[in-house]
Write a protein that binds this ligand. Structure first.
Ligand code: CAA
Length: 287
């Protein structure tokens, strides 16, 4: 099956949304990024331009490819600009109520009856988002990894209502058009990767919290001792501590297992605005 998806939309231009939009535009797709207003749309554009410039600096894209990608992107402050999209990927913050609201709004805004509405959630049930629309058979999880332009994986998550055709279309899209590797997961909080990764990150945070070892030593241990590209605290900082806390909340709500419970230190850091790399400070300092 050849992908017929040419016009895509991304809702949310944060680190995940901007990354997904970058990958789509670089794959030759006409891409609209929707943010909450003009200022947020400008910030999303800056984030994306910064990443494209970095790709050029590192020899991963030519200047012409960068310019072509930018020419395929439109940044908008309104979901109305998604009316003619064939695929929309939602990438707003990991808040179940907010995501459900966005899906209800997308159901009204996106006019093509064949259009697919996908979510980049890591932990909110895809079913719940499908049920916020009148087209749960065309709602599916497409979960990218951070940093999106660099990480080749997409988790594909059908809900109990997702049709076989929707699943086949997004898998074809992710592999043939975006050049990604897909794994399929059932619709359980955390899917495959975060169900394994998040308990590990939380264990590292508990280790730092108890004074068992310093953040620098915990990270050095996993980087130098296990050849991980980043230690767990630096990785939590990259993901965003608010996002890690939100995923842990969803996992804990779903499974009620102590290993998923967010440690108090993580909650306090989020309350303090220490969100990791994006805020300049988390377990480490940046910038
Ligand atoms: N397009 C294409 N390639 C790009 C790029 C772009 N926009 N920006 C950077 N790159 C490439 C660089 O060229 C470089 O490749 P080479 O090594 O071949 O030159 C590579 O990406 C790394 O770039 P940098 O060295 O500039 O990046 P960095 O030091 O800032 O980051 C890292 C390194 C890739 C993040 C690495 O440390 C890593 O792999 N860390 C682990 C990341 C990880 O585990 N991610 C999963 C998070 S979990 C998640 O996302 C799921 C969830 O729901 C929470």
């Amino acid at each position: 099956m050849m992908s017929t998806i040419q016009r895509v939309g991304v809702v949310g231009g944060g680190q995940m949304g901007a990354g997904i939009a970058e990958v789509c535009a670089r794959a030759g797709l006409d891409t609209v990024v929707c943010e909450t207003g003009a200022a947020a749309a400008r910030a999303a554009r800056e984030r994306l331009v910064h990443s494209l410039d970095r790709a050029v600096e590192r020899g991963k894209a030519t200047r012409a490819e960068r310019d072509d990608a930018l020419a395929r992107l439109v940044f908008s402050g309104s979901l109305d600009d998604l009316a003619d999209r064939q695929l929309v990927v939602e990438a707003v913050p990991e808040d179940p109520a907010l995501k459900a609201e966005v899906f209800a709004a997308l159901d009204k805004a996106v006019e093509d009856p064949d259009a697919i509405l996908a979510t980049n959630t890591s932990s909110v049930p895809v079913m719940r988002l499908g049920m916020a629309t009148g087209r749960a058979d065309r709602v599916v999880g497409l979960h990218f990894f951070n940093p999106v332009p660099v990480m080749p994986l997409v988790e594909v998550v059908p809900s109990l209502h997702t049709s076989a055709q929707t699943l086949a279309r997004v898998e074809e899209f992710a592999t043939s058009v975006l050049g990604r590797t897909t794994v399929r997961s059932q619709d359980r909080a955390g899917f495959v990767v975060n169900a394994l990764l998040v308990p590990y990150l939380l264990a590292a945070i508990r280790m730092a919290e108890s004074g068992f070892a310093t953040a620098a030593d915990i990270d050095a241990g996993m980087e130098r001792g296990c050849a991980h590209p980043m230690g767990p605290l630096r990785l939590a900082d990259l993901i965003g501590l608010d996002t890690v806390a939100a995923i842990a909340d969803s996992l804990y709500a779903e499974f009620k297992e102590p290993l998923y419970a967010p440690p108090p230190l993580l909650q306090r850091m989020v309350e303090a605005g220490l969100l990791g790399r994006k805020s300049g400070r988390g377990f480490h300092r940046y910038g």
